[in-house]
Design a protein around this ligand. Structure first.
Ligand code: F6P
Length: 357
């Protein structure tokens, strides 16, 4: 018998269930005597021994379902080796529960934090395979993560719908798109939705330049603009500071959200009425796009092949259209950010999108 543990960890995204289904379907067909154990709420379930044996029927009808049938939670990597007030040794518990479940391997579906813990467990001797999920698309080694393209589609629709109302009212609509460290989602949705300005963490901005971009549009006869701002965007001044200092500066300046501040400053500088829109978790909700269903299925099937070949300590990836895997030790702890000279930045700039840089 081959006993396979599976968990989903960190922020959810569309495509988690499609991936789980891909793994299960391929495992049941190709791995002899497979038994899948569902671990509840990510590493929380592994730490606290919350899990259940799953049946093939559990994986039926979940291709299109958003979220995760296993539940998820955020268990910060930096606290994994810290024993808190509850006196729980998280790493020891995870290893013990892995043994109690008699697992041959553990599949961890998650983002950067999940991969760091997956690597830790791999270094502790467990057989781990990572699968890259996140709407942020910021996992090292893979061209794309599942969840990303669905979120691009949703964010694009948000920007599309803002056009008509922005145009009718001759307003600047400032829309905040998720992405704390990486601007991939804002960049792609901004281009797909026809945003006029795109502000991402990797390209710190100057508010004067942003306003200049909007004024140039006004001079060209466009009375409205759409500004797509990544959640983690920062000004050129802020970019010189460390994260904590940046946060302190924002408190001192009375900035609650950068999006609101950008909208206010644009309004003051240009005299145009502004509004802010924050779709937030809507970007992570609902059914995966066809692209993500296919990607998730490819990743899931590949993970099943890795299990069959007993290839552990890796994370599944898509590279130049080919599904492959990289050592967890190479993937963990590295974020894939937008290079400021990336082709998509050039494309955006060549069609006149202003980055405020
Ligand atoms: O990592 C995915 C993500 O959606 C980020 O884009 C965002 O910054 C964060 O999760 C939000 O996390 P939470 O759902 O815990 O509020």
């Amino acid at each position: 018998m081959t006993r396979i543990g599976i968990l989903t960890s960190g922020g959810d995204c569309p495509g988690l269930n499609a991936t789980i289904r891909g793994v299960a379907k391929a495992v049941y067909r190709n791995v002899k005597d497979a038994q899948i154990i569902g671990i509840v709420d990510g590493y929380h379930g592994l730490i606290h021994g919350e899990y259940h044996a799953m049946q093939p029927s559990d994986f039926s009808g979940i291709l299109t379902r958003g979220g995760t049938i296993l539940g998820t939670s955020r268990q910060p990597y930096k606290l994994m080796r810290v024993i808190g007030e509850d006196n729980v040794d998280k790493v020891r518990n995870m290893k013990e529960n892995y043994r109690k479940m008699k697992l041959d391997c553990l599949l961890t579906l998650g983002g950067n934090g999940t991969h760091k813990t997956a690597n830790l467990l791999s270094e502790e001797g467990l057989n781990v395979i990572g699968l890259p999920k996140t709407i942020d698309n910021d996992i090292y080694g893979t061209d794309v993560t599942f969840g990303f393209h669905t979120a691009v589609d949703i964010a694009t629709e948000v920007i599309d719908r803002l056009h008509t109302t922005a145009c009718s009212h001759k307003r600047v609509m400032v829309v905040e798109i998720m992405g704390n460290k990486a601007g991939w989602l804002t960049l792609y949705a901004g281009i797909a939705g026809g945003a006029d300005c795109i502000v991402i963490p990797e390209i710190p901005f100057d508010i004067k330049k942003l306003c200049q971009g909007i004024e140039e549009r006004m001079d060209g006869g466009k009375a409205f603009s759409i500004v797509a701002v990544a959640e983690g965007a920062m000004t050129k001044q802020e970019a010189k500071l460390k994260k904590k200092e940046r946060a302190r500066l924002r408190v001192e300046q009375g900035i609650t959200t950068l999006t609101e501040t950008i909208a206010k400053q644009i309004g003051e500088a240009t005299g145009i009425e502004t509004r802010t829109v924050v779709p937030g978790h809507i970007l992570r909700g609902g059914s995966p796009s066809s692209y993500d269903r296919i990607l998730a299925t490819q990743f899931g099937v590949y993970a099943a092949q890795l299990i069959d070949q007993k290839m552990f300590g890796v994370s599944v990836a898509m590279e130049n259209g080919i599904v492959t895997a990289h050592p967890l030790s190479e993937v963990a702890g590295v974020s894939k950010l937008v290079p400021p000279d990336h082709q998509m930045i050039t494309v955006a700039k060549d069609i006149g999108i202003c980055f405020g840089d």
